[in-house]
Design a protein around this ligand. Sequence first.
Ligand code: MSP
Length: 597
Amino acid sequence: MRTPFLLVTRSCKAIHRLQQSAFVSPVSALYRHQTNSVLRNSSTVSCKDDRSYYITTPIFYVNASPHLGHLYSAVIADCLHRYKLLQGFNSKFATGTDEHGLKIQQAAAAAGKDPLTFCTDVSERFKHLFNSCNISYTDYIRTTEQRHHQAVKHFWSVLWNKGLIYKGSYEGWYSTQDESFLTALQVGDAVDSSGNEIKVSLESGHKVEWMKEENYMFRLSAFHAQLLDWLKGNPQAIQPEIFYQVVLKWLQDDLPDLSVSRQRSRLQWGIPVPGDAEQTIYVWLDALVNYLTVAGYPDIHNQWWNVAHHIVGKDILKFHAVYWPAFLLGAGLPLPQTIYVHSHWTVGGKKMSKSLGNVVDPLERSKQFTTDGMRYFLLRQGVPDSDSDYTDDKAFKLLNAELADSLGGLLNRCTAPALNPAQVYTAFCPQSFPSEQGGRAVGEDYHMLEAVKNLPAVVEQHYESMHVYKALEAISACVRQTNGFVQRHAPWKLERSDITDQRWLDTIIHVSLECLRMYGTLLQPVVPEISDKLLSRLGVQPDERGLADVNFLPKIRGMDCPFEGRVLGSDTGVLFTRLENLDRDKQNPKKTKKAKK
Ligand code: MSP
C-alpha cells in the first residue's frame, strides 16, 4: 500500500543528492549531468506501480454557513489533488456535508424547517462556495444520501458481527456543539453570557451537559496497542510532526470504550442502528464512514481505499487519528496513508465567532481579491503547524507584492512590445549565456538558474508534507531572483542595432520566459486561473503543462526548446490587477490598473 510513497522518497533522495552535488561542482557540470531528466521523470517513474490517489476534506456541518476556515480545508485538499493530477496520478477528491446529529436537528428546528430541506439549503451554499473558488472535487457527498446510509449500516454490521459493539450504558459529559463525549478531565467550569455557571469542554470551550443513557459501545480499548504500533511504525502517517506527537501523547492515557449510538427519543435525525429502531448511530461514526462511501464501500473500494489521504483541522484530530483508525482496524480495513492536519485561522487575533462579529465570509472576500487571490493568500499565509491570523490588510499587501508586482511585473517586462516587438518566445544565444561562465551572464545568473531548475523537487517535497506555504515561498523567492536578473542586465538599455546586443536581449527574455513557464506550471494547483493566463500568454498549450513537460531551459544544454520562436498568446491582459487597500471603505475596494512598464 505504501509503495508509491517509498518510491517517491527514494527519488527525492536521488534529487537531493544531485542538489547536494550542485554545491560542490560547477554549475556547468550540473547541466552536463542533465539532472532535468531526473526531475522530469521523478514522479512518473516513482509512482508507476500505483497511479491512484484519493484525497478528502472533512465533511462540513450544515448548522451554519461556510466561513474562511472551511474554505481553507477545501483549498488545501484541492491543491494537493491538482498537484497529483499534474504528476500524472488518477486522483479522486471528495468533499461534502455532514448532515446528521443533534445540533443539525436543533438548527433545523430553530429555522422552522424540516431537517432535510434545511440541510439541502446549507449544503448547496457550501457547494456554491466551492464551485466559485474552483474547488475541483470529483465527488460531493452528503450523509443523507442513500449510498451513505447503506455504507454506514454495512460498516456497523461488520463491527457488530465481530463482537466489537456491545449494549451498555453511558454516563458522562457530552458536547452537542462538538458532538463529542468527554471525560471529567476534559471538562472545566465557566460562566455563560447570562451569568450562569456552566461546564465546558476544555479543548473547544463549548458547553457540555451530563448525559446518562443506554446505548451501544465500541470496544475502543481493545485497539490501544494496535494504534500505538501503527503510529510507531508509520511516523509519516500524521503530518506535520507536531500533531503526530500530540496523538502519541493521547495514547499514553487509557482509551475507554466509546459510545457509538444515541437514544432515538433524543436524536431522531440520524441513521437508525440496524436491528434496533430505538437507537441512532453516533454522528461521528456515521460521518467518518463518508470516506469509505465515496471509495465505493461496501462494493469494490480497494482502488481508492488503499490510497486514502485525509485533510483535517486540528480540532477534529482525535476523531480521525484515534477513533477512525480503531473503527477501520475493527472492520479489517486498511488505514489511511496520511492524515494531514492544519491549524486554524483567527481574525484580528481572536477565534472567529458570530458573537464577536468577526466571521470572514470567504465568498465576499474572494469577490474582492479574486478567487485565485483568496486561494493564494490562504495557502501562502496559512501555516499548518500553528494558527494564522487573517486581516484584510495582510491580504492586500501580500497579493499586490507577490502576484501583481513581482509575478505580474515580470511577465509584463518580458512581453512588453518595447522589448519584445515581434511578440515571440525569443531565441536563446549560447554564446551570450554559455553553460559555463564566459559570456555576458554573471555568477548570480547561474545561481538563479540552479534555484529555478531545483524548484520542482523543492516544491514536491513541500507539497507532499502539506507545507504549501513553503513551496510558495520558494517559488516567490525565485520570481524575485528572475526580476533581479532582468533588472541587473537592463535589457531596455541595450543597443538593438548591434547584433550581439540584440542576441543578448533575446536571451535575457528567453531565460525569463523559461522561468515564467516553470512558475506557471508549478503554481497551477494554487492559482489555476492565473497560471492558465500566464501559460497561455507564453504560448504553452494545455497538453504541455504537466510536471513531466517542465524540462527547464534545454537550450543551455544544447538541446532543442519547443517553445523558441513561437508566437506569444494574444491575451495581453494584466495577470493580476493591483488591489487598492481602502481603509476608508473596505467593503468596496476599488481596483487600479498597474501601469505597464
Ligand atoms: N463535520 C465535522 C467533520 C466530520 S469529517 C468526517 C466538522 N465539521 S466543521 O464544519 O465543524 O469543520 C470542518 C473543517 O473546518 C474542520 O477541518 C475544521 O478544523 C475546519 N475549520 C473550522 N474552523 C476553522 C478555522 N477557524 N480555521 C481553519 N479551519 C477551521 O468538524
